[in-house]
Design a protein around this ligand. Sequence first.
Ligand code: NAD
Length: 258
Amino acid sequence: MIDLKGKHYLVAGVANKNSIAWGVTESLLRAGATVALTYQNERLGERVLALAAEQTPPLDTHEMDATSKQQVEEVFGKLQDKWGKLDGLVHSIAYAPREDLQPGITRTPAENYLLSLHISSYTLIELTRAAMPLFEAAGGGSVITMSYNATKVFPNYNLMGIAKATLEQSMKYLAWDVGRKNVRVNAVSAGPVKTLAARGIGGFTDMFEQAAKMAPLGRNVTLEEIGNASAFLLSPLANGITGQVLFVDNGQNIIGAG
Ligand code: NAD
C-alpha cells in the first residue's frame, strides 16, 4: 500500500467521475494524500464541485483554463498561501476539434493544429513551470501526464496522435530540465477509457472493443488501475523513475497488427 499521508497534489483535468483524472484522485485519496482539483470552466465546474464536496474532508477546487497564464498563476498562488509546498502535479488535459478526430490530417487547418498542441501539450510545460517554486519548497516533486501510445498511428485519433507525440517528447525534455531539482516527470499511456474526451474520437467504440480483444489481459483497463499506477509514479516508491512512458493498457501496445 502506498502511503501519501502529509503529501499534497494538484490534479488538473477532472470533468466528471468518468475522467481519468478522477481515477487518479481517488487513488491518491485512498493513499492518504491531500488533493486539490482544477476544472476548465464554470460549465464543467458544477460536476467537479459536487464530486469535491462529497469527499471527507471536501477537496479544494479552483477554476483554471490551462491556457490562461493569469488563471494558472492565481491557482498556484493560492496553493502557495494554503499549503506552502506541492509534492505532485497531475496533467490530464487534452483537446482537439471533433473534425480532427477522424481520418484526414491534410484537412487540418493551422489554427486547429496549434490550438490542440497548445492545450494538450504546451500546458504541461506551463503548469510544471508554475509548480516549480512549490516543488522546491517540498524538496522535489513528481509530475505525470496522460498519453495514448504516441509512437503508433490510429487513423481516427489523427491530430490528437500528433499532440500526444509532442506531449511525450515535452515530458522527456521537462524531465531533463527539472531533474537536478529533484523533480520527476513521467507519462502514463492508458488504454482506451469511455470518457467525455473519448466520445469526440470518431469510431471510439470500435477502438475500445478492439483494445480488449488485442490486449494480452483480454479486457479494457479500469480507472482504478490507471489511478493506482499514477499514484505509484507520484509517490516516493518511484523516486528513481523519470522521463518514462508507463503503459497501463493491459499490454495492448506490445501486439503487432494482424
Ligand atoms: P475528460 O474529458 O474526462 O478529461 C479531459 C479534460 O481536459 C477535461 O477535464 C477538460 O475540461 C480538460 N481540458 C480541455 N481543455 C482544457 C483547457 N484549456 N484548460 C483546462 N482543462 C482543459 O477525458 P479523459 O479521457 O479523462 O482525458 C484526460 C487525459 O487522458 C487526456 O490527456 C486524454 O487524451 C488522456 N487519455 C485518454 C484516454 C481515453 O481513452 N479516454 C486514453 C489515454 C489517454
